[in-house]
Design a protein around this ligand. Structure first.
Ligand code: GLA
Length: 390
């Protein structure tokens, strides 16, 4: 898995530093099966790690130096920092944005007394950027696992996820929840991660084998930036709803009953999404445990409508893919929904193996005729989480 990008990173590292890397880490992207915009509301979410990943190759420089050398192969940029402090002093130029995800995690380690300097680092990835597949969380977790491995003090998945989230909040400026990084750090192949975002625990939920269930991702090609205001606005709406309902977070509301009247119209539907989505997570887990894939698929459809109408984070491209997938009428296309933060990105579909080609055959031309370009459709396994390769 990921042989091409592993080879690319290792070869480039060797060429630049005239010796092989000491540690090579694979850190996967993720796709969320259900529980959207729930992590920062204290509920439970159910992501998987995907086959696409980021490779981080690291080692110590031969020379006597404090320097950090960062070779970001996919954007063709080499950065040399005399030390970690210099990173903070630099401007936030757009060409340097990737450094937030590389140096931010190292700063978090340094603050814990784990000094990763000096360091050579080469990065390569096949996770599409901005597609809602958590390329940034993969890079942060990849950096943390690589640096900790070099320092011979590995961290457990929860610690890694908390470090990556702290880095994201402080250096990338995105007020995200813990889901993406936790999935990247904790995933086990063939399983989904049921993450309790308050307890910060993860329970592995076994998924059906690929001869019974295929996980299909359709990338709209519409790119989003979570750092721009809409994600933060949704989070504020949820916090305001919780405050008015007299709870610390919306996860404290039991069942679907809440006094909607105390919420102003503008945010009522936001709370409705969160509260209904939390119930859908439990129902989805039960459906998977009962091997009831048609029911799991129906729940995905409900989730999409709630994200589209109540939470208002979908877009025309996502909606079209879900509508077309739902209208095909083949029982083996169990269900589809937008996945991730929204405003673009990808649709997740759950299918029987025989139904993947019929799905593509309808969705791709329908999307082309509406938007004049083809979406990228690919399957993924539920992959394992971040770990050193050697
Ligand atoms: C983004 C954030 C996550 C989560 C999802 C929505 O991916 O990074 O923390 O909030 O959106 O479920």
């Amino acid at each position: 898995m990921n042989e091409e990008i592993i080879e690319k990173a290792v070869t480039a590292y060797r060429a630049m530093h005239r010796k092989p890397p000491e540690v090579v880490v694979r850190a996967p992207g993720r796709v969320n099966l259900i529980g959207e915009h729930i992590d920062y509301n204290g509920g439970r979410v159910l992501p998987i790690a995907i086959d696409h990943a980021t490779i981080v190759a690291v080692g110590r420089p031969v020379e006597d130096t404090r320097e950090l050398t960062i070779d970001a192969l996919d954007i063709g940029r080499v950065t040399r920092l005399p030390d970690l402090e210099t990173y903070l002093a630099r401007g936030h130029g757009s060409q340097e944005a990737h450094l937030d995800y590389v140096v931010g995690p190292l700063k978090i380690l340094l603050e814990k007394g784990l000094d990763p300097s000096p360091l050579n680092c080469t990065i390569s990835s096949d996770i599409p950027i901005g597609a809602g597949l958590s390329s940034s969380a993969a890079l942060e977790i990849g950096m943390l696992v690589a640096a900790r491995e070099l320092l011979q003090c590995g961290g457990d998945p929860r610690t890694l996820a908390e470090e990556a989230m702290a880095s994201e909040h402080r250096f990338a400026g995105t007020p995200c929840g813990i889901m993406d990084m936790y999935a990247c750090a904790a995933a086990e192949a063939g399983h989904a991660c049921l993450i309790d975002c308050v307890e910060r625990t993860c329970t592995q939920i076994a998924l059906p084998d690929s001869d019974r269930l295929r996980i299909v991702i359709t990338d709209t090609g519409v790119r989003h930036t979570l750092a721009d205001g809409a994600y933060a606005d949704r989070r504020k709406d949820c916090e305001e709803s919780a405050r008015r309902l007299g709870v610390n977070s919306l996860s404290e509301i039991e069942g679907n009953d809440f006094d909607a009247d105390v919420l102003p119209e503008g945010i009522r539907s936001r709370a409705r999404h969160v509260i209904s989505e939390m119930r859908r997570v439990d129902r989805f887990v039960t459906a998977v445990e009962n091997d009831d894939l048609p029911e799991a698929g129906r729940i995905l459809g409900e989730s999409h409508r709630s994200l589209r109408d109540d939470f208002e984070v979908s877009c025309a491209e996502l909606d079209l893919i879900v509508e077309v997938a739902d209208s095909i009428g083949i029982p083996g296309i169990y269900g589809s929904r937008m996945t991730g933060g929204g405003f673009g990105g990808c649709v997740l579909s759950l299918c029987h193996p025989d139904s993947v080609e019929p799905l593509k055959a309808e969705v791709i031309p329908a999307f082309f005729s509406e938007f004049g370009r083809s979406p990228r459709v690919f399957e993924t396994n539920a992959a394992g989480g971040a770990s050193p390769l050697r």
